[in-house]
Design a protein around this ligand. Structure first.
Ligand code: NA7
Length: 539
C-alpha cells in the first residue's frame, strides 16, 4: 500500500480546490488535491444537464486573484453555460500548472486525527494512505450531495432516468420522448425550456412553484468585453466589498413608502434588465417586510398572467406560499413561455400528490403518466451533506455526522471544534448560500492560506476552534435570519427543509460577504486568539 506524506491535502478540484491548491503550493507546501471525478471542475463537471448555466454575470463568475487570467480569458455570454465554465476551469488549471498536483478519480474515504503527531491520516478510494498536517475541504455546498425525491419506487422505473446533478457524459436525446420532470428549482427551471423543444411530451411535476425572473442571456459584444476588462479592478473591488459578492445595491427606499408609479418603474426596469438583480436591486425591505414583499410578488404574478396563455395554468404557477427571495431566486429564459407549448403539461402535485413511481412512469392520486424518461431536478443535501457523506472523525473519534446530528456547529463556517487543522471553503455557516460563489471562495481560500502561513512562521502544529465561540457563531447566524422573511419558506435548502430529518436551521451566515470579510480579518489580525494554538513539540 502506498503512503504519501504531505503538508496539506485539498479535497476537491472545483472552483475552490483549484485556487486553494495554487495558493498553498505557492507558499512552498507539499500539497495535493484529490478529486473523485475523472476531471476538474466540481459542480460544473457534474451539472451538465440541458440548459445548465450560471446565474451570476460572467464578469463576476471567475477568479479575481490574477490580472493575467482576467485579461486573457474572454467570456462569450452574459450568463455562461456549464461547458464554457468547465473550459475556463481547465484553462486555469493548465495556466497555473496545477494538473501535476491533482489526483483525479480518487476519493478521500476516511479522515482520522492523531493528537500525538498533530496530523491527519486519510484513506483514499484506491487504497492509498496519506498523512498531512492540514486538510482543506473544497467540496462545495451542493454538488457532492445530490438527493433523490422522497417518493416510493424510484428504482422501479423502466425508462431512462437522470439526476440533474449527476448528468451523463454521453449525449442524451429527448427527441420524440415523453419526459417527466420532477423539481422546479433552479435546475428544473433551466431544463424545461430546452427539453420541451425536442420532446414529444413534457410533464412538469410541480410541488412548490418557483418565482422565475427572465435572465435575458445574450452574447457579449466586443465593446462590452473591452469595457469590462478596462474596469475589472474597480468592478471586483466593488464585488468583494458588497454584501452578496456582486455589486448590486438594493434600492434604499422602502417598497411600502414608495409611490405605485415609482415602484412599477423600478420593477419594470429590473425585469427588463434580467437576472437576479430583479430581486437584489429591488427595495431593501422586501427581505424583511411582508407587505413590501407582497408588492413584488404581485408584480411577478401580473407578469406570469401576461406570459402564460392558459389562466388555469397561470393560476398554478402563481400558487406561491412563501415570500419571494426566501428560497434561492431562479433566473432563466423561456420558463413561463414553455407552458404555452402543446407538448408541455403542468401537474400540480401539491393538489394531486405523486403516490409512486412505477415501471411505466409516475402515478399520482388521480392519474398515471406513462414516460420514456424521468429527470430528477430534486436538489441537494446542501451545505452539510458534502461533509457528512465522508467519514471524518474528530480528534476523540466522533464522526462529523454525529457532531452535527442536532445542528451544525462551526466557527466562522471555516473550522469545526474538535477537528484541528481542518478547514472548509464555502462550508455551512459561511456566507456561501447567499453569495456569488467566486468572491466568497476567494475570501475563504485567502483566509485559510494566511492562517496556514501564520502557523508555519510561528511553529504552530495545530489550530483548533473554541467550542464556545462556535456556539456563539451559530447563535449569530440564526439570530440574523430571524430578522428576515427567510424562515417563512418551508421547503428551502437554505434551512435544511428539503432533507427529511435534517435539523431546521439556517445553513449560512447572511450578514454579508463584506461584513464577514471584516470579521475574519479581525480574527487573523488578533493572532487567531479565538483558537487553541498548539506549538510543535520542542519549539
Ligand atoms: P432545489 O432548488 O432544491 O429544487 C429541488 C426541486 O425538487 C424543488 O422544486 C422541490 O420541490 C422538488 N422536489 C424535491 N422532492 C420532491 C418530491 N418528492 N416531489 C416533488 N418535487 C420534489 O434544487 P436545484 O437543483 O434546482 O437547485 C439547487 C441549487 O443549485 C440552486 O439553488 C442554485 O444555487 C444552484 P419543493 O420545493 O421541495 O416543494
Amino acid at each position: 500500500m502506498e503512503r504519501m506524506e504531505l503538508d496539506a491535502v485539498v479535497v476537491g478540484a472545483g472552483f475552490s480546490g483549484l485556487y486553494m491548491l495554487h495558493k498553498l503550493r505557492s507558499q512552498g507546501l507539499r500539497v495535493k488535491a484529490f478529486e473523485s471525478e475523472p476531471g476538474v471542475g466540481g459542480t460544473w463537471y457534474k451539472n451538465r444537464y440541458p440548459g445548465a448555466r450560471c446565474d451570476s454575470e460572467s464578469e463576476f463568475y471567475c477568479y479575481s486573484f490574477s490580472d493575467e487570467i482576467l485579461e486573457e480569458w474572454e467570456w462569450s455570454e452574459k450568463f455562461p453555460a456549464w461547458d464554457e465554465i468547465l473550459r475556463y476551469l481547465n484553462y486555469v488549471t493548465d495556466k497555473l500548472n496545477l494538473r501535476e498536483d491533482i489526483i483525479l478519480s480518487t476519493r478521500i474515504d476516511t479522515a482520522r486525527y492523531d493528537e500525538t503527531t498533530e496530523r491527519w491520516t486519510l484513506a483514499t478510494s484506491d487504497g492509498q494512505t496519506v498523512t498531512t498536517q492540514h486538510i482543506v475541504m473544497a467540496v462545495g455546498p451542493l454538488s457532492a450531495a445530490p438527493i433523490m425525491p422522497n417518493i416510493k419506487g424510484t428504482d422501479k422505473f423502466g425508462g431512462e432516468s437522470y439526476h440533474t446533478g449527476a448528468w451523463p457524459h454521453d449525449p442524451v436525446s429527448y427527441k420524440g420522448k415523453r419526459i417527466g420532470l420532477i423539481g422546479t428549482g433552479s435546475s428544473g427551471s433551466q431544463v424545461l425550456p430546452v427539453v420541451a423543444k425536442e420532446a414529444k411530451e413534457v410533464y412538469v411535476f410541480q410541488r412548490t412553484p418557483p418565482y422565475v425572473t427572465p435572465a435575458r442571456n445574450r452574447p457579449l459584444d466586443p465593446e462590452y468585453i473591452r469595457d469590462v476588462k478596462a474596469n475589472y479592478r474597480d468592478l471586483w473591488d466593488r464585488a468583494r466589498n458588497s454584501s452578496r459578492g456582486i455589486p448590486y445595491n438594493a434600492d434604499p427606499r422602502s417598497a411600502v413608502k414608495t409611490s405605485k408609479e415609482d415602484r412599477e418603474e423600478l420593477f419594470e426596469s429590473l425585469w427588463q434588465a434580467g437576472g437576479n438583480q430583479f430581486i437584489r436591486k429591488s427595495f431593501h425591505d422586501i427581505f424583511t417586510n411582508q407587505d413590501s414583499n407582497d408588492i413584488l410578488v404581485d408584480f411577478v404574478h401580473r407578469k406570469i398572467d401576461e406570459l402564460v396563455d392558459d389562466p388555469k395554468v397561470a393560476e398554478k404557477l402563481k400558487g406561491h406560499d412563501y415570500p419571494i427571495g426566501t428560497k434561492r431566486p431562479v433566473t432563466t429564459d423561456g420558463y413561463y413561455e414553455a407552458f404555452n407549448r402543446d407538448n408541455v403539461t403542468l401537474v400540480d402535485v401539491r393538489a394531486d400528490p405523486i403516490s409512486e413511481i412505477t415501471e411505466k412512469g409516475v402515478k399520482t392520486g388521480t392519474a398515471e403518466y406513462e414516460l420514456d424518461m424521468l429527470v430528477y431536478a430534486s436538489g441537494f443535501d446542501s451545505s452539510t451533506g458534502p461533509f457528512t457523506r465522508m467519514d471524518i472523525q474528530s480528534k476523540d473519534g466522533t464522526p462529523l455526522k454525529e457532531v452535527w446530528k442536532d445542528g451544525v456547529r462551526t466557527y466562522l463556517g471555516l473550522t469545526v471544534p474538535g477537528f484541528p487543522n481542518m478547514y472548509m471553503i464555502c462550508g455551512p455557516q459561511s456566507p456561501a448560500i447567499l453569495s456569488n460563489a467566486p468572491p466568497c471562495l476567494e475570501q475563504g481560500v485567502e483566509w485559510i492560506s494566511d492562517c496556514i502561513e501564520y502557523m508555519k512562521k510561528n511553529d504552530i502544529a495545530a489550530l483548533e476552534a473554541d467550542s464556545q465561540k462556535a456556539v456563539e457563531w451559530g447563535e449569530l447566524c440564526n439570530e440574523l435570519v430571524e430578522h428576515t422573511l427567510i424562515p417563512k419558506a418551508k421547503t428551502s435548502w437554505f434551512m435544511g427543509h428539503n432533507v427529511p430529518g435534517k435539523p431546521k436551521e439556517i445553513l449560512g451566515y447572511i450578514g454579508g460577504l463584506n461584513k464577514f470579510g471584516d470579521l475574519i480579518d479581525d480574527v487573523a489580525s488578533s493572532g487567531y486568539e479565538d483558537f487553541d494554538l498548539r506549538r510543535k513539540s520542542g519549539s
